[in-house]
Ligand binder design. Structure first.
Ligand SMILES: NC(=O)c1ccc[n+]([C@@H]2O[C@H](COP(=O)([O-])OP(=O)(O)OC[C@H]3O[C@@H](n4cnc5c(N)ncnc54)[C@H](O)[C@@H]3O)[C@@H](O)[C@H]2O)c1
Length: 364
């Protein structure tokens, strides 16, 4: 029995992050693998699906309730799950208005990124793009997207500016290129002021490559983008914060693969790169606390980003889901709340943390 459970668990350890894949700013300012047989945790038929939920309200102000000692009973219909394409409402990006901010309680004000200048790498698409949108909704003063993809980057920045009216820039920067990074960061300082926040989401993945046949040049390339890129970005933005004497928050997107080994597909390089990012984040946090610069990592589990949305991965996704307690992949915007929290002053006593956000996957 234990062997069956272990096989099932190992079968689930598939790629946490299957992705593949100077400074010229565009300023928009209003300025597979084998099928595995796994025993399901539970069959769908065992799951009770409510169509109505009974509600009891204890509220003297509620309609039809005379006093707190009386109770109002009614039923609410249960809507089917909202998985799938984003609704037009979800596509909206609504910037935080000054008036609304002023009316917020202090706790919620602290949870915003009001007036912060934010650099987001890998913001042309995927998780980085959605974190950029979230920062815009949470009060950012200006957003700079750094990405190697010119077309997507231009499109993403133009769209975010158009939807919010906020100043948004795109810089075509490869995170392996220290000179381009430095030039672009200086340009952000000149345009908007010293950055308050860096979100480093740029990254790639190779998977299904056994270590004994891994091309050393490919190995170096991935480490160069995922690990050296995280360092070069953090160093450039950290130096700008130090030079201005400004406190800041640096958020490195790592992966649960930095803490667990995926199975069955071999991806030693990716796992090592993300473990390196986590340890880099902790080391920088310890070194830079004296400058009031916080450094934390976000470690996602399996996320339903564009690269996972291919029919060839359907079988794998079933396995990933079946061993995730929440029985789903992460949505492309599931990192947003954590990103805003780590960027905000509400996480002021938090540094050197690695927050795993995986629907419970690493619990098993
Ligand atoms: N999708 C997942 O399941 C998952 C899980 C865990 C961790 N992650 C991590 O989250 C981050 C974002 O993943 P995603 O799913 O949004 O990926 P994605 O491929 O959709 O987006 C990555 C972005 O990074 C950019 N990029 C790639 N190489 C670059 C380079 N050298 N310089 C600058 N930009 C570069 C790409 O152009 C792209 O816009 C990555 O670091 C990834 O490892 C993803």
């Amino acid at each position: 029995m234990a062997a069956v459970a272990r096989t099932a668990r190992l079968a689930s350890r598939l790629a946490a992050t299957p992705l593949q894949t100077v400074a010229r700013p565009a300023v928009f300012a209003g300025a597979q693998r084998a099928a595995f047989s796994v025993s399901a945790k539970r069959t769908k038929s065992e799951v009770i699906k409510e169509t109505e939920v009974p509600v009891s309200v204890y509220n003297p102000d509620a309609k039809g309730v005379a006093s707190s000692s009386s109770v109002d009973h009614f039923k609410i219909p249960v809507q089917p799950g909202a998985a799938g394409e984003p609704t037009p409402e979800e596509e909206q990006v609504q910037p935080l208005q000054d008036k609304v901010f002023r009316q917020m309680p202090r706790t919620l004000q602290k949870m915003t990124v009001k007036d912060k200048v934010i650099i987001i790498t890998g913001g042309a698409r995927g998780l980085g793009n959605h974190m950029a949108r979230a920062c815009a909704e949470a009060g950012a003063k200006a957003i700079a997207i750094f990405d190697a993809n010119q077309d997507l980057g231009d499109e993403a920045a133009a769209e975010l500016h158009q939807k919010t009216g906020l100043p948004v820039s795109f810089f075509k920067v490869d995170v392996r290129d220290g000179n381009a990074i430095n030039a672009a960061v200086q340009n952000v300082v000149d345009l908007y002021g010293t950055p308050d926040v860096l979100v480093n989401s740029a990254g790639i993945a190779d998977s299904n490559i056994p270590a004994e046949t891994y091309d050393p040049a490919m190995f170096r390339r991935l480490i160069d983008i995922n690990l050296n890129g995280s360092f070069l970005m953090a160093q450039a933005v950290g130096k700008a914060m130090m030079a201005a004497g400004k406190p800041g928050s640096i958020i490195l997107v790592a992966s649960m693969s930095g803490s667990i080994v995926n199975y069955p597909q071999e991806q030693s390089c990716y796992n090592a790169s993300k473990a390196g990012v986590i340890q880099l984040g902790k080391s920088l946090a310890a070194e830079w606390a004296k400058y009031n610069i916080r450094v934390n990592c976000i470690s996602p589990g399996y996320m339903d980003t564009a690269l996972n949305k291919v029919p060839a991965l359907d079988a794998q996704k079933k396995i990933w889901k079946s061993l995730t307690p929440q029985d789903r992949l992460g949505a492309v915007d599931d990192l947003n709340g954590l990103c805003v929290f780590l960027a905000s002053d509400a996480s002021g006593f938090m540094t050197g943390s690695n927050v795993i956000i995986d629907g419970g996957y690493t619990l098993y």
